[in-house]
Design a protein around this ligand. Sequence first.
Ligand SMILES: *Cc1c(COP(=O)(O)O)cnc(C)c1O
Length: 419
Amino acid sequence: MSGDLFSRAQQVIPGGVNSPVRSFRSVGGTPYFVSRAEGPHIWDSEGKRYIDYVMSYGPAIAGHCPPQIIDAIQQASGNGTSYGAPTFAEIEIAEEISSRVDGVDMVRLVSSGTEATMTAVRLARGVTRRDKIIKFSGHYHGHADALLAAGGSGVANQGISGSLGVPANAVADTIVTPWNQIPELDESIAALILEPLPANMGVVPPKENFLQELRTACDRYGVLLIFDEVITGFRMAMGGASQWYGVKPDLWCFGKVIGGGLPMGAYGGALEVMSQVAPLGGIYQAGTLSGNPIATAAGLAQLRLLNPDSYESLERTARRLADGLLNVFEEIGIDATIPRVGPLLSIFFTDEQPTDFDEAQEAAENGVYPEFFHKMLERGVALAPGPYEALFPSLAHTEEIIDQTIGIAHDVATKMDKR
Ligand SMILES: *Cc1c(COP(=O)(O)O)cnc(C)c1O
């Protein structure tokens, strides 16, 4: 039983989980333990099948367990698991990334999105010889100290850490500012980091031309613009959010999709910037498992599965899901908005689309989501166990699967107390 596994897990793992959101803290109850996954489905330890919209929070863009990726992993693992010396596949994946993303001349592989953003910030500071960075409240950039300044409350506040254990001086140079408002920049700022399409406070799109205006503001003061494309990269389009919005940052951070479900991240940019990374330049970054041959093989196999048709298909699927769910909520009379940009969407149980973190928090914390989540789960649809997470329909989510989901949502919505 999941309950037994969870109590056992809690004896030896903090909260029973290796990443906090998995613990069900924000929706209540006991997490399901996954025993296997295939296509759009996961099965729990009791053999119950769910339509999955968590999809590992993004990496499983081709569906779970795609044969091409599994084959690539099996082949690569037969040749050893890690060498500490360069391999041909690292060239191939770097070429694949830089050919897809216009502006990425060079790319360095790391092992997580956190490492990618942490290093991008170090690189920006090293290149500009400036210390301060700006982030937007509600944007998530992994768990490096300098980026764990959460801010919140929409007030631009400087150096308020979002976690115990992060010393005040680790975030003293991190300025947190409200999303969708152009921050005040000056020549003491090294970098502005953001999710070009925020998807970790629900999906809260940039206002029209906002990213272009940020680009212009950064250029005026020599501030490096960092797009954290850990979610949007290779998901919104072949070239990610920078292609989608037509705005080029100075540095890109990748993760999730590029590892094909194995631990991998990357950061990249133009030659002038990337050539300042060690051993070429004075900005240090390294990793025993960086460019790991199995992760590289999985990532390469996944990228090769993704072509322009895939993105049309992902968007069609997301649109069908968003439209279908919205119809259901309208018909039943439940206040909801479903922000969607291309293949990314989320659900807010409120009648107005949030435009910043304050509004997103207000919408997310009104108590409706946990009820919807649990009733959907009971009926075999696994949404993320938290109101701030996006839905990640994959290439394996067929029209039939989407329509099943919408049918279940209809039944669930009629039984909701909170409306
Ligand atoms: C998931 C995520 C990260 C962190 O990546 P990890 O691989 O979990 O370290 C960073 N930025 C964004 C936008 C993310 O969604």
